[in-house]
Design a protein around this ligand. Sequence first.
Ligand code: WQD
Length: 332
Amino acid sequence: MILLTGGAGYIGSHTAVELIEAGYDVLIADNFYNSKPEVLDAIEKITGKRPALEEIDVCDVNKVDAMFEKYDIEAVLHFASYKAVGESVEKPLMYYRNDLDTLLTVMEAMKKHGVNNLIFSSSATVYGVPETVPLVEGMPTGCTNPYGWTKYMAEQIIQDVCYAQKDMSAVILRYFNPIGAHKSALIGEQPNGVPNNLMPYITQVASGIRPHLNVFGNDYDTPDGTGVRDYIHVVDIAKGHIAAVKYAMNHKGAEVVNLGTGNGYSVLDIVKTFERVNGVPVPYQIAPRREGDVAQCYANPDKAERLLGWKAEEDLDSMCKDAWEWEKHITK
Ligand code: WQD
């Protein structure tokens, strides 16, 4: 059985689908803090199989211990964490407490119960302000907000544990900018309140929930002046986890791997592609730069291909189309 902490969330739910379709038994541990129980119905509808569910907070040592007693867990995919950059600046203690506690609790349970395979959701945010792009895993790291530091610290914790426990295997996945949704339009991203991230904001503008997109800065040193990112289809991210699970089960030690496409697109590239493939307007206004944003951030994805045999397959048209199909599904 594969345990997905935070498995009802955006990336966890897509990964659950891919795992089930690849023949794995899936157990989701989630407290539905930032997700909904109906996600389990959607996963069942897509795959024909309902994942096992433990509705717990993975900071709860006793409940996590009981879960590891109850199930025969081979690998843990640790998604459970808070993830809003702005909120982490306002509430650093909440972020450090939760995002480190969940990891420590899960890793202590893994040690106690002899579970040696861990896949961790890290983020390209650990590259801080990149000196050069594309980003390679060995490049300097450093963060600009508490959310990023929790990922940075978590990476260090995992590396230290793998050094001390020679049977342990961990793949630390640094996600770039996951967008889009499953082709069924039954699962996708459901932000609470006003979206912080670009694609959910665009889909809400396109559906009329918000009047226009604010483009945060058009004076960056990029081809059109707007920020450049490595947007990657969430299903490709999910498939990267399957490759990482297979790798972890056959190797020891910790590896850090970028999950990106290697392509950088600007904010205006995204707006124009979204309008073209979906035939809907996305009105926008140029607004001041957002604090903490970098001009460009995109991956060198070679290590993922070399080590895991994984490569992103979906293009930007498909990401924009699937994001819109999902928005139509949730707003209808
Ligand atoms: C993308 C681009 C914005 C919104 C963040 C976190 C990172 C990870 C993913 C995860 C930038 C521009 C955005 C808007 C805009 N976190 N933008 N108007 O900042 O690359 O990464 O999310 O859990 O850790 O830092 O992603 O989608 O917020 O922004 O112009 O309303 O879109 O300036 O250039 P980002 P994003």
